[in-house]
Design a protein around this ligand. Structure first.
Ligand SMILES: *Cc1c(COP(=O)(O)O)cnc(C)c1O
Length: 374
């Protein structure tokens, strides 16, 4: 049989076939709520109350969801996490950064800082795909940066301050995919930044940063030092605009609304602790299945590093690309691995939006496909 000839019976299929790591599943209820405001909210000015109220709802939702500590603020602007890396290179790194790099996303922030001619060369602790690198105290480092969940490899690490770091050094945590699926105490970091198209179950285009008082101070202090900062990447502008419930330039209104809607939903379910539990249930379903399977194994060998936000599963004796293509032909989509990792692998998002029962159903479907591909 060719891949597309295999028809998976409806009875064993997941209710929702979206397992992509980003953009990820958006709840139909969110889109319906958006549809209900299609004439009153969509297509209206982002400088007026109607839109500002939704920005405010999203910021309040994030503050509640992450139990925002005293003095921390929710800052946002346009361009997604990729824009935040450049914003941080201009607006948060005073001179020297240190990175823990263990995948493609961590590497992109490293590049932004390496390329900045006004910054010293950073220290970079690297680990190969599937493993983790960690930060270590180093004199002269004013920004430490790590990734909560490396979406390209499915490795997650705890968010923890660097013991022995210089007084005033900041910790920046890329939580683009980990934020909302993995446990965190924000007092352990200065900037917990994310984008809404992953665990927040919205669409892309904006970045969100939960910033400590020290990080807010740093932004103002670098700005007043006279460093050239492109307008679009000016963190102080983002802070000032966020405080007014707006953005420097036009945001995607649907993205803001869907994120606010999703946060209200997650908070009503029980907030971060509920979300973490739900992702953990999905993780238990997929890793448990892989452990029992004769042809699948978790790519991340150390169970302590295995992500409950994004699972990566290696296959032996069967072509993972053929499995993914067959699943796709049956409306079960985006299980393909991160391209550059180049492994015979599937990658499955375990964000709280995804129903753990659907993850269990997915494993049944993979078994069904593998039996017929062999
Ligand atoms: C998706 C992702 C990014 C990139 O986000 P964009 O909004 O597309 O720029 C960065 N870091 C991590 C960990 C991600 O998962």
């Amino acid at each position: 049989m060719t891949v597309t000839d295999i028809r998976i019976p409806d009875e064993i299929k997941p209710v929702d076939g979206r397992f992509g790591s980003g953009p990820s599943k958006v709840r139909p209820e969110g889109v319906e709520a958006l549809s209900a405001v299609s004439r009153t909210f969509m297509g209206t000015s982002h400088r007026q109350k109607t839109v500002k109220n939704q920005v405010a709802r999203m910021r309040r939702g994030l503050a509640e969801f992450f139990s925002l500590p005293d003095g921390y603020e929710v800052i946002l602007s346009n361009g997604g996490t990729s824009a935040f890396w450049d914003t941080a290179a201009f607006g948060l790194v005073r001179d020297r950064a240190q990175f823990a790099e263990f995948g493609e996303f961590g590497a992109k922030f490293v590049k932004a800082v390496v390329d900045a001619p006004f910054l010293s060369s950073p220290t970079v602790h690297q680990a190969p795909g599937g493993q983790a690198a960690f930060l270590t105290a180093e004199a002269g480092v004013d920004v430490y940066a790590s990734v909560h969940n490396e979406t390209s490899t499915g490795v997650a690490v705890p968010v923890r301050r660097v013991a022995g770091a210089d007084e005033g050094a900041l910790l920046l945590t890329d939580a683009t995919s980990g934020g909302g699926s993995l446990d965190v105490d924000l007092r352990e970091t200065d900037v917990y930044y994310l984008a809404p198209q992953k665990a927040l179950g919205s669409d892309g285009g904006i970045w969100l940063a939960l910033m400590s008082p020290a990080a807010l101070d740093r932004a103002f202090s670098i700005k007043s030092s006279g460093r050239y900062i492109p307008q679009f990447l000016d963190l102080v502008t983002a802070i000032e605009q966020s405080r007014l419930e707006q953005t420097y330039n036009t945001p995607a209104l649907a993205t803001v609304f869907l994120a606010a809607e999703q946060l209200d939903w997650m908070n009503a379910q029980g907030g971060l602790s509920w979300a973490v539990k739900r992702s953990a249930e999905s993780a238990a379903a997929i890793y448990g299945w892989a452990d029992r399977s004769s042809f699948a194994t978790p790519f991340v060998t150390d169970p302590a590093l295995r992500s409950a936000a994004v699972a990566t599963i290696d296959f032996e004796g069967v072509d993972a690309a053929a499995i993914a293509a067959t699943l796709r032909a049956n409306d079960i989509v985006d299980t393909e691995p991160y391209r550059k990792l180049g492994r015979n692998q599937l990658r499955i998002a375990l964000y709280p939006t995804v129903d753990p029962a659907d993850v269990a159903a997915l494993t049944t479907c993979i078994d069904y496909v593998v039996e017929r591909l062999a």
